[in-house]
Write a protein that binds this ligand. Sequence first.
Ligand code: F3S
Length: 417
Amino acid sequence: MVLFFFYGLILVLGELMYLSKREERILEGELGEAYRLAMEVVVKVGDVLGAERLINISSAHISGVSYKNIGDEGLEFLRELRDNGGRFTVKTTVNPSGIDIINWKKMNVDKNFALKQLEIIKIFRDMGALTLLSCTPYYYIPVKTGDHLAWAESNAVLYANSVIGAFTNREGGPMAVFEGIIGKAPYIGLHLEKNRIPTVKIDLKELKKEIDIRGEYALLGYYIGYIVKMGVPLILNYPLNLKKPAYLRLFLAAIGASSSIGLVIIEKYSPDYYKIKDMNLDGIDKFTPNIKELKEISMKIQRDMDRVDALVFGCPHLSLEDLRKFAAFFKYNKPRKRVILFTARRLNKISRKYINILKKSGIEIYFDTCMVVANLKNMGIENVIVDSAKAAYYLTSQGYKVHVLNTDEAMRYATKE
Ligand code: F3S
């Protein structure tokens, strides 16, 4: 029923794309209903968007995994797809869910919610997904320059395109499911070199010093996305610390939150830069951000608060290096406020040393979920300090009172009375 409903939403508007004989046979149902439906949806979306053909992908990454976001309809859709034989034919990973799958009681999660969430995760596993439950798949599966992907988490898309030089559009969650099943995506958008040419230059010369001093890489990303909205920005004269992995992730995630951008080209850094560096780009717009505007725009995702319930880190999910940094700091600086970290369960074993130090310091660590798709209110949190502009954007829109500090400031703040 749900599949039928989803299928019914797809309109055929464009020219029909070329299909190989095998693709045609899948479309006729040779591999069964789930593959037929997946092929049909992907082809129809491709037709609407003007794709000439499909492209093989090496991996898919699915967002919209939390029961909080997809509800009973999403669960039923996935159940039907699995029961109709749907299995992923390429490496397929999944985003954070609404719970820590082991410590969900500690998060004060309702039992019904937890059971539904666990069923969603099981379905993905039954379908052959690697249930990373993390939004940083680029740390856990091999992705290389030139790979074509179908990823549906904006921070991961921006990282894959801008840092690795892979090719992926910003897919929707259900679309990535279908693409993972057939192992193909419409050959459109950022899969094509011609759409990876800068459309606007962002010259950071006016605020690079100040950003390096203030460490506001997340707010800078939010500001750039907010101003540019779409296309491919070329980032020039940037503060050098922007290339540090932790800052870069916060910067790219924030761009993803405030825009539909899927690729930014960072001068002398992004693999795509070396393809366009000798092009004449004189004709495109140039924008020189300034600190006054950055402050104004960053206030849109922050709210006054009279108390701080917690400092929350891990949007995007913390890396091994981040955990090392937090452990090194909090080992000698006792937190005097509630501190919560979100990361991938994959790091539980390999970062055990750091996690033990952090837990000993009273810091809460959750895996498999994140501050946005979980329910912080259930955890007694309404006023929150984050270091992520993406988290601030979504938490503010969910009614939380949020303030953004840079990571180091926030860590220091946590140790104050
Ligand atoms: Fe990841 Fe959740 Fe942020 S999915 S990017 S931690 S909103």
